[in-house]
Design a protein around this ligand. Structure first.
Ligand code: BDR
Ligand code: CA
Length: 322
């Protein structure tokens, strides 16, 4: 089977970290062309260092490009309560000797896409604020014909996790979300509607933490931080939002969704960062839908596939050193 060419744009971030482990576990299916970083869960220096260290820990040799350090309009707002001061909970990974490439992620993404052979396309999985992706689409619209689809974690059709209305990635950079939603590229939205069903339970996390497998143990440790330091501790499970877009690529059969006409609220009011949609489909042609939004997932299957993937990552680390 031909591998899907993939660019991953992320802000690691605990669930981004598990997403990268999931990607590492599926190296036979993904040809990962680059991992690019964006300010989100933590500042751009931290998330870029985390991306380098995680990739090396998982045994992946992929170029990393550092992207935008601020959203398009507003100042950054990080999420240390969910992801810790470092971005990876309380976990300290072996420091990778690697460095990011010299080019900014926006230029790097363009170079990779335009370097694809005639007729070739790549997917983009975006699991942070959409700042880098919006800029590359706006500045270099010629890349659009090189993109098969953009799968992003962000938004929600049914309420937010930062405010009543907005999900974190959309709230952080709604202007970028708006640009991406209107770019005319095939979009798969993995919003909170589906990612709240993409969880790990406390029992599953405990087992990961107690395992002798280095990658499973570190991932359990990071997920445990998000569980215990947020109101998820009362819920007994925590969402691994960012794994959803990648798992949709490998196991689409466990997800449900539908086509929608969606926009992002960029106003300064209480709905800033909310997804604007609706049920006025009868006024529009089906072809006007700009997003395929996932709304449901088989939680048990998600957990089974994610846990199996974590145990299958080789990694370069010495388990006794962690
Ligand atoms: C999203 O926000 C971030 O905190 C997570 O990494 C995920 O991408 C969930 O709202
Ligand atoms: Ca993220």
């Amino acid at each position: 089977m031909e591998k899907r060419k993939l660019i991953i744009d992320c802000d690691p971030g605990v669930d981004d970290a598990l997403m990268l482990a999931y990607a590492a576990a599926h190296r036979d299916e993904f040809d990962i062309l680059a991992v690019t970083t964006v300010s989100g869960n933590q500042d751009i220096e931290k998330v870029t260092r985390n991306a380098l260290d995680l990739l090396s820990f998982y045994g992946m040799d992929v170029p990393v490009a550092k992207g935008m350090g601020e959203p398009l309009v507003k100042k950054s707002q990080y999420a240390p309560e969910t992801h810790g001061e470092s971005g990876l909970g309380a976990c300290v990974l072996p420091r990778s000797s690697g460095n990011p490439v010299d080019e900014n992620a926006v230029l790097f993404i363009r170079r990779i896409l335009m370097g694809l052979k005639e007729g070739e396309k790549a997917d983009i999985a975006a699991t942070g604020p959409l700042t880098n992706i919006a800029l590359v689409l706006k500045l270099f619209p010629e890349v659009k014909e090189k993109i098969r689809e953009i799968l992003f974690m962000g938004g929600s059709l049914s309420g937010g996790n930062v405010t009543e209305a907005a999900e974190f990635n959309f709230y952080t950079d709604p202007e970028a979300a708006k640009i991406v939603l209107h770019a005319g590229v095939p979009l798969i939205m993995c919003g909170l509607d589906v990612t709240e069903k993409c969880t790990l339970t406390r029992g599953q996390i405990l087992k990961l933490c107690q395992s002798g497998h280095p990658v499973a143990r570190v991932c359990g440790d990071m997920a445990g931080f998000s569980l215990e330091n947020t109101s998820d501790k009362y819920r007994g499970e925590t969402s691994m939002h960012d794994v959803a877009p990648l798992m949709y690529m490998t196991h689409p059969e466990i997800f449900k969704g539908g086509f929608h006409i969606l926009d992002a609220d960029c106003s300064e009011g209480p709905a800033r960062g909310a997804v604007l949609g609706g049920f006025r489909w009868w006024r529009n042609e089906e072809t006007e839908a700009n997003v395929f939004a996932l709304t449901d997932a088989d939680t048990a299957k998600f957990q089974e596939y994610l846990i199996a993937a974590l145990y299958s990552v080789g990694g370069a680390a010495d388990p006794s050193g962690l």
